[in-house]
Structure formats: C-alpha cells, structure tokens
Design a protein around this ligand. Structure first.
Ligand code: PEP
Ligand code: MG
Length: 583
C-alpha cells in the first residue's frame, strides 16, 4: 500500500514512476539571509558568475532543443529568461549585495527576488503572480546551479528518471527534461494553462498540480507514481503498486498504436452512429500537440489566452493574424472562436478589474464584452477579417438571457454590415440558460455546453476552490439530467449542439454524452484519440442504456460507478487487442 495518496489537478496525461526528486525552491525556504563567513566575497562573486554562465548555457540549450521539437513560438520564453538573468541592473544589484553586504550568492539572489515581489505586491490580479514567476523562475535556475540539490538522483543509469516534486510548475522545471529525463512532475502550484503546463503536455511528461504541500509530504528518493489523467499521485509505493504502474505505463505505450489508428478515422460508435470529435485549444502553440487531420475542427478556441499572454491589448491586426494562423491549419473544417471570456479567475494584467465580492458571479464573459463594446467590436472585426482563411464561427461565453444574446448579435451584425454573416453560437454554462434553452436556441446558430462552469453554477461550488472540491460533481445525476435535457431540447428545435467542457474528454463523460444524444464532443488535444477509440467500441443502444442508468442514479458515486465500470471494460478490450497485436 502506498504511504500516501494525493488528489490534485490533472495537467498532462500518462503514467509516471520514479524516485522523488525534491526541488528546493529558495523562495519557499524560510531560512534567514546568510552572510559569508569563510568564503571571500570575491570568491563568492566568482561562484555566482560561474553559476549564472552555466544557467545561461543551459537555457540556451533548452531554447535550441525546444525550437527544434516544438517551434520558435514555444521557445520564445527562454529568450526572455536569458534576458532576465543577463540584465545588467540585476547583475549590478547582486554584485553589490555580495561584495558590500557580504551575502552568500543564493541569499543575494533571494534578496533580488524579494524586491521583485515587493514591487508587484501592491498590484492586483491573478496574472501578476505569473509575471512575478516569469522574473523569479530564471533566477532559480542560477540558484540550482549554485546548489545542485539532489542531482545525484538524476544519474539513474538507464532506470526511470526521477519525478520532480516542486513548489511551482515553471517552464524551466519542465525543460530540465532535456538534461535529465523526468518520469513525471508533481507540484503544489501551477495552473492548467500556465506556460509550464503547456510545455509539460507538449513533452508528454505526466504532470499533476494543486497538490497541497506535496513538497513537504514527499520523501527524497522514495518511489512515486503519477497518474496524469486522474490527477492522482501515490507517495511511497510498494513493489506491488510499482509493478501495476509499470504495467499501466507499458500498456499505454502499446495502446498508442491503436489510438493513432482510431484517431485517423471519423468519430463514430461501434455500429456507425457518427459522433464528431473536435479539439479545444488556447493558442497556436497547442497545434504542436496533435495532427489537425485527426479532428473534426476546433470546437472551442479560448481567445482570452491570446490577451492574457501579452503586456497590453492585442491590436486588431495581431488578433487577425492569430485567428488566421489557426484557420489555415484546419482547411474545410469549422473553427469556433469563443469571444473574450475574462473575469473570475482569468484576469488581464493590464486591465484593473473592479473589486467584486463574488467574481465568478460577476462581471465576466459576455457581460464584460457587452459593457466594453469597443473591445468586442474589434474582436468581431478581427474574426471577420480572418474568415477569408477558413470556416470561422463565433461563440459567446456565459450567456444568461435572450436580451444579452440579441444585443450581442446586433453588435456583430453592425460589424458584418454589407458582408457575409458569420454563424453565432452560445455556450450553455449558466443553469438558467440551460432551463430556458428553447427560447435562447431560437436566436443562436449553434450551442455548446461548458460543463466546467455549468457544474460550478449548478452546485454553487467554486471550480477552483479545494475546500469545496468534493461538492464539484459533474457526474451528479442533477447535472446528467440537465445535460440530457439540453441534448433533447436541441434535437427538438433542430439546433446543432456539442459539449466542450472537460467532461467530454473523459472516457466516462464521452460514453455518457454520446448515450445522452450528443453527436459532437470537443476535447483537449491529448484526449482526441482516446475518446474516438472508446466510442468505436460501444454500440449506440448500449450507450443509451448506460446514459439512462447513470442519469437515473441517486448519487454521483452510483452514476460514476456505472460509467467507470463500462469505460474500464471497453478500455480493457482496446488494451488487450493492442497487447496481443504487439506480442
Ligand atoms: C466550460 O466552462 O466548460 C468551458 C469549456 O469554458 P472554460 O473552462 O474556459 O470556462
Ligand atoms: Mg466556462
């Protein structure tokens, strides 16, 4: 039995097994400033210079490898990191701290990081934290060069690489992989959409974040298992669990060939009922993770990330370029661009949101676009211009009432004046919109269900709050019944409907949704092939029976058991075929 099991946020799928490599984060360390006792300040300065040069070399190596593997856009972050550690002002400050204040180099760097944090402390907004991390992360590379903490674990003589255990999921942590292959990454902090998360998925390193104090719970060198899809981490596993994890990892490898084959075929059930599978993406970089040919198009492009990654609002021309670059990759396939969905946990560093007592219930999504019409009109205009490159469609987030939808459509019609109109769809994320769908659907060209927010608002549970995470229940019969109601209503009024929340990318969720009547799912890139493969195993009547039984359950546990048993059964069929064909 494992010593401890932790549940966190699934960031990158796969099974990872290896010894825990605890990465000491100097910013998390409580130790006081250390002054030089035996070492001369000049020698300490030399040590710092050497470490800085090694860190720059390392970052340059990573930058070159990332450019080769993922392209120049993904690699750009390393150019910025190199500039941070080579900044002459920062260099002068550290030199002074070592030579005049006689601080140890590690403490001098920490003092510099403290200064950054002090500067940004008075500013508000979630993105500010990422900003500070962008400045802190490259300096931590220098500290690691100075300390080489736990590096002996990295000489693993052909055995599995270590599982990095860190405070925060940063780009430099992920790309240590180039020097020392990592079997997995587990962290206390790090958003699903952070740079680090995008890179972890791109490199295929199983990763879980949101693990409270994992840093102090793991023991250096003990065996850890990372279950990336489930967001589970087992600490201190015994030989039996180690064997199970090894078998799971080997099966995953073998299953890849079956998945690749399934991915090239159109999405359908075992008896040929079509279920299209599109992809959800956040930025053009995501295109490195999959082949657009394997998808039915883009079911959700979250445009806000293009705004969040920048220091100021993107111009109309910038936006057109981004949208066109996506459309060009999906010739003949629909690409659904969701208009700006900020507010709540997604903030822009250059826009000061008013302080709200309940941001998730406040000024976010379409509500903000209708208030800030210039910005909305500019985005619509950029989308219309990008249309010459492909089949662009507009989707409105957080729609609550018919009046909002009509106003948004009037604004879009103003921009379209005299030009060909563009299909306008709505996201169903608010329970009131789900219950009054018949009326909303009359004014919409298509519908997409955002189960992430729909669950949050249905259960009155903040989707990011670990204190109430147990009540966030996408498989609760109440949510399953609403989903069935949405599928039926759209069928009755003849409006195309899809599901683009996380649930669509889970095997259990895909089985339920197809059985409940949805014929279009949109999922994150790592799940396209899996969802297509499992749906191909099950006849439509069986899917209907499963969906009915799950929705008729009394509790989430009951519903989830029904769906999980079915998913495990059909998945085992795929695994066995893969194993026997590779034997
Ligand atoms: C959703 O709410 O399900 C959704 C797809 O949107 P987001 O996760 O970006 O809020
Ligand atoms: Mg949402």
């Amino acid at each position: 039995m494992s010593r401890l099991e932790l549940k966190g946020t699934p960031v990158s799928p796969g099974v990872g097994l290896g010894p825990a490599w605890i990465i000491v984060d100097p910013s998390a360390r409580q130790s006081p400033r250390r002054t030089l006792t035996e070492e001369a300040p000049e020698a300490a300065l030399e040590r710092f210079e050497e470490a800085r040069a090694l860190a720059v070399e390392d970052l340059q190596r990573i930058q070159a490898a990332t450019t080769r593997e993922l392209g120049i856009q993904d690699a750009a972050i390393y150019g910025a990191q190199i500039a941070v550690v080579q900044d002459p002002d920062a260099h002068r400050a550290i030199r002074k701290l070592i030579l005049e204040e006689r601080l140890e180099p590690e403490s001098a760097i920490q003092a510099l990081i403290d200064r950054f944090e002090g500067l940004f402390e008075s500013l508000e907004g979630g993105e500010i934290k990422n900003w500070v991390a962008d400045l802190r992360d490259p300096w931590l590379c220098v500290v690691r060069e100075l300390e080489s903490v736990g590096e002996e674990l990295l000489d693993h003589d052909g055995g599995p690489g270590p599982v990095a255990v860190a405070e925060e999921l940063t780009p430099s942590l992920v790309t240590r992989h180039h020097r020392h292959p990592l079997s997995g990454i587990v962290c206390n902090r790090g958003g699903r959409f952070s740079h680090g998360a995008v890179l972890a998925r791109s490199f295929g390193i199983p990763t879980v974040t949101g693990l409270d104090h994992v840093h102090s719970k793991a023991i250096s060198g003990e065996q850890l298992v990372v279950l990336g899809e489930e967001g589970r981490v087992l600490l201190g596993v015994d030989s039996r669990e180690k064997g199970i994890a090894e078998r799971l990892a080997a099966e995953r490898e073998q299953v890849q060939s079956v998945l690749l084959e399934a991915a090239t075929r159109p999405g359908a059930t075992a008896d040929g009922t079509p279920v299209a599978v599109s992809v959800n993406i956040e930025s053009p970089q995501d295109l490195a993770m999959f082949d657009p040919f394997t998808t039915a198009g883009v079911g959700l492009f979250r445009t806000e990330f293009a705004y969040m990654e920048r220091p100021s609002f993107p111009s109309e021309a910038d936006q057109t370029e981004i949208y066109a670059s996506i459309l060009e990759k999906f010739p003949g396939k629909p690409v659904v661009f969701r208009t700006l969905d900020i507010g709540g946990d997604k903030q822009l560093r250059y826009f000061k949101h008013p302080k709200e007592a309940n941001p998730a219930l406040g000024w976010r999504g379409l509500r903000l676009s209708l208030e800030w019409q210039d910005l909305f009109l500019m985005q619509v205009s950029a989308l219309l211009k990008a249309r010459q490159f492909g089949d662009a469609r507009i989707m409105l987030p957080m729609v609550t009432t018919v009046e909002e939808l009509r106003l948004a459509r009037d604004l879009i019609a103003q921009v379209c004046a005299g030009k060909q109109s563009i299909p306008v769809g709505i996201m169903i994320e608010v329970p009131a919109a789900a219950m009054a769908l018949r009326e909303l659907a009359m004014d919409a060209d298509f519908i997409s269900v955002g189960t992430n927010d729909l669950t949050q608002y249905l259960f009155a549970v903040d989707r990011d709050n670990p204190w109430v995470a147990d009540l966030y229940q996408p498989y609760h019969p109440a949510h399953l019944r609403i989903l069935r109601h949405i599928a039926r209503t759209c069928g009755a009024v003849g409006k195309p409907v899809s599901v683009c929340g996380e649930m669509a990318g889970q095997k259990t969720g895909a089985l339920f949704l197809a059985g409940a009547g949805f014929r279009h799912l949109s999922v994150a890139p790592p799940f396209v092939a899996e969802v297509k493969a499992i749906l191909r195993e099950v006849p439509i009547e069986e899917l209907r029976r499963l969906a009915h039984a799950a929705a008729a359950s009394h509790t989430s546990t009951e519903a989830l058991n029904i769906l999980r048993n079915a998913a495990d059964h059909y998945w085992q069929g795929i695994v066995q075929r893969a194993v026997s064909s590779s034997a």
